[in-house]
Design a protein around this ligand. Structure first.
Ligand SMILES: *Cc1c(COP(=O)(O)O)cnc(C)c1O
Length: 363
């Protein structure tokens, strides 16, 4: 196989961004639209950034079809801070929070929630090696629960919810860090969603939170300002200095998503991309998918080779061919191809060609 000129970045996060976005950011870097200086240097109280923030929020509202009664926030501290902010703000005295444990990220969220109140587990995939999601639509959630918490896409294990549970009157909370804006979403089904930007939305440094505003009434009095959702709603994400450049980049990425035709169009492309890879995996016993077929992720495609030595060689030779970031998470091993929105179909084709050729040499 000839060496690729193009590098395709399959890293799980921070991850590949659309080439057009990178080029635009570069063109505007030292002189933002005639301002004479860059947005990275701009005051968060100035007109230029205010405009960036307003347009970025508008993009999020359009793409996710966010209803009026929801707030859109751009916060710091990563998705991991949300593991704590969610229970701190939404747990009510004497009313347990219900969690579905589908992998390392929910395990961390559960650990944090236990610091603030009782946690019940409605489903655990642990025994099954986190290879599945189970049947979320059949879960019975107690009606007095504070909220029901899920992780929509399990970045490490390569599983994804294709149907969401219905909490009845219990607000559904979702960590969507690794599949946000990869498909259309009915926000009205959720009380709160959050996503660290660095997988599917932009660079690291900003976390998108969308929450139904009536839930703000739950926040206990004594909670510090920075950790209260209400503070950031009141101050339009500018209570303190927001991550100006990361928000600007998220704005460019959401412009790009609109240019792709919105989330329904993006989902169609993601389906083709993931099907192409899964068909390759299923066509041979040399590659073995790790997630149960019905719960496979369209974002993080995980598989194994016959032994760890071959896996290490696969990762090394793939990188030599311009296909980088394919090593599985250190906690599980194997191979993981993260195929977020910005990964072009051409990158998937190159990977499939490489897999065919690698199997021919080592199978
Ligand atoms: C990456 C990831 C996180 C952690 O994000 P940070 O921004 O690093 O805190 C949490 N949840 C999921 C699903 C992730 O993929």
């Amino acid at each position: 196989m000839s060496r690729n000129q193009t590098v395709y970045n399959f890293n799980p996060g921070p991850a590949t961004l659309p080439k057009e976005v990178m080029v635009q950011a570069q063109e505007e870097f030292t002189d933002y639209r005639g301002l004479g200086y860059g947005i990275v240097e701009a005051s968060h109280r100035g007109e230029a950034f205010k405009d960036v923030l307003a347009r970025t929020e508008q993009n999020v509202r359009e793409l996710l079809e966010v209803p009026e009664e929801y707030a859109v926030l751009f916060l710091q501290g990563g998705a991991s801070l949300q593991f704590a902010m969610v229970p701190m703000n939404l747990m009510m005295p004497g009313r347990p929070a219900v969690y579905a444990d589908t992998g390392a990220w929910t395990a961390k969220a559960i650990k944090e929630a236990k610091l603030f109140g009782d946690v019940e587990i409605v489903f655990s995939g642990k025994e099954a090696g986190y290879a599945c999601i189970g049947d979320p639509q059949s879960w019975e959630v107690r009606s007095d629960a504070s909220y029901l918490y899920i992780c929509s896409n399990n970045t490490i294990r390569g599983t994804q919810y294709h149907f969401f549970p219905d909490g009845g009157g219990v607000p559904l909370v979702a960590d969507m860090s690794s599949d946000i804006m990869s498909r259309p979403l009915d926000i009205a089904r959720f009380g709160l969603i959050f996503a660290g930007a660095q997988k599917n939305l932009g660079p690291a440094g900003v976390t998108l939170v969308v929450l139904r505003k009536d839930l703000l009434a739950r926040t206990p009095e004594g909670l510090t300002a920075m950790l209260r959702y209400g503070t950031h709603v009141e101050k339009d994400s500018c209570f303190n200095t927001p991550p100006v450049f990361a928000i600007y980049m998220l704005g460019l990425v959401t412009d790009w998503l609109k240019g792709q035709g919105g989330l329904a169009a993006v989902e169609r492309i993601n389906t083709v991309k993931s099907q192409t890879l899964y068909e390759m995996i299923d066509s041979t016993t040399f590659y073995q998918g790790t997630a149960e077929a019905g719960d496979r992720s369209k974002m993080n495609i995980t598989f194994r080779l016959p032994n760890p030595e071959l896996e290490a060689l696969f990762v090394k030779e793939a990188a030599e061919n311009g296909l980088i970031g394919l090593k599985g998470h250190r906690s599980v091993g194997g191979i993981r191809a993260s195929c977020y929105n910005a990964m072009p179909l051409a990158g998937i084709s190159c990977l499939v060609d490489f897999m065919t050729e690698f199997e021919a040499r080592h199978g």
